[in-house]
Ligand binder design. Sequence first.
Ligand SMILES: Cc1cc2nc3c(=O)[nH]c(=O)nc-3n(C[C@H](O)[C@H](O)[C@H](O)COP(=O)(O)OP(=O)(O)OC[C@H]3O[C@@H](n4cnc5c(N)ncnc54)[C@H](O)[C@@H]3O)c2cc1C
Length: 286
Amino acid sequence: MTTYFAPSTLEEAVAYLQANQTIKIIAGGTDLLVAHYQELDTLPGLMDIGNIAELKTIATGEEVEIGALVTHEDIARHPWLQQHVPFLSQGAAQVGGPQIRNRGTIGGNLVHASPAADGAPPLIVLGAVVELTGSAPVQVPLEEFFIGPGKTVLAPDQILTKVKFSKPAANQGGAFLKLGKRKAMAIATASVAVLVTVDNNCLTDLRICLGSVGPVPLRARKTEDVLRGQKVDLLDLAAAEKKLQEEISPIDDIRGSAEYRRQAAGALLRRALQQAINNVGVTQND
Ligand SMILES: Cc1cc2nc3c(=O)[nH]c(=O)nc-3n(C[C@H](O)[C@H](O)[C@H](O)COP(=O)(O)OP(=O)(O)OC[C@H]3O[C@@H](n4cnc5c(N)ncnc54)[C@H](O)[C@@H]3O)c2cc1C
């Protein structure tokens, strides 16, 4: 019989995890229960972190902090996030269906480390860092958190406690686009998030991150290099798309062929760039 422990504070949870490093953490359970449904009785133990109130908060301002237990629905419906980081809320609104969005947490989404996780690309282009708490809290850039499908740098004695990023500036705009087989309950066949910085009609900086086209959410740095410094109304999109094709490494699977994903990623990039440029400044109106 599996042991079950449900701490109500982070301190308790960390102490329990330090003493029981083989147990599984469960948050919303939407990934974990699917993965272990047939073997729940034989798991070494479960620690349910769902009662830890301090992991459920969203702090807003120049620095934004989202607790690991914040659900996709919380992010989708949060008025401040909708206004200041709309592409993050829009991405959260596309996760699964209402039941999944109300149970599934941002922490679980990141730790499960699916290359298709919808939470990752928008947060990576925002330059987010994750806080991992074990014997002491450490911060890791989200981009470096993922090391393979289902694999992260999280140690067995660590809990992901929050994700942090800076509010986009007035000269920045973002977009997140997801292509799935349906409009709901669809894991991404390909997705792309873009955050652009525009000064005097020039794309002075940008970040691009794609989902489902490689083993981890993929920051397309070489494609960014192609586009950086160009006039926003004269972007060389053909050159950018060519570079993108060199950077991504999609596979054939049930959701689409590698070739289809290549085409889709290019088209999504073009659209996301345009949307992000159109969105510059619109997030700042109070
Ligand atoms: C029908 C269906 C549709 C879905 N659709 C989508 C979709 O469209 N887009 C998408 O991105 N995902 C989708 N998912 C996947 C899933 O719902 C999300 O990844 C969700 O955010 C996972 O969060 P959770 O709280 O349920 O994680 P859990 O299942 O509780 O945990 C997932 C993993 O993370 C670990 N974990 C959880 N929280 C922490 C923490 N704070 N610290 C350390 N480890 C932790 C657990 O041990 C486990 O290994 C779908 C799932 C289902 C079943």
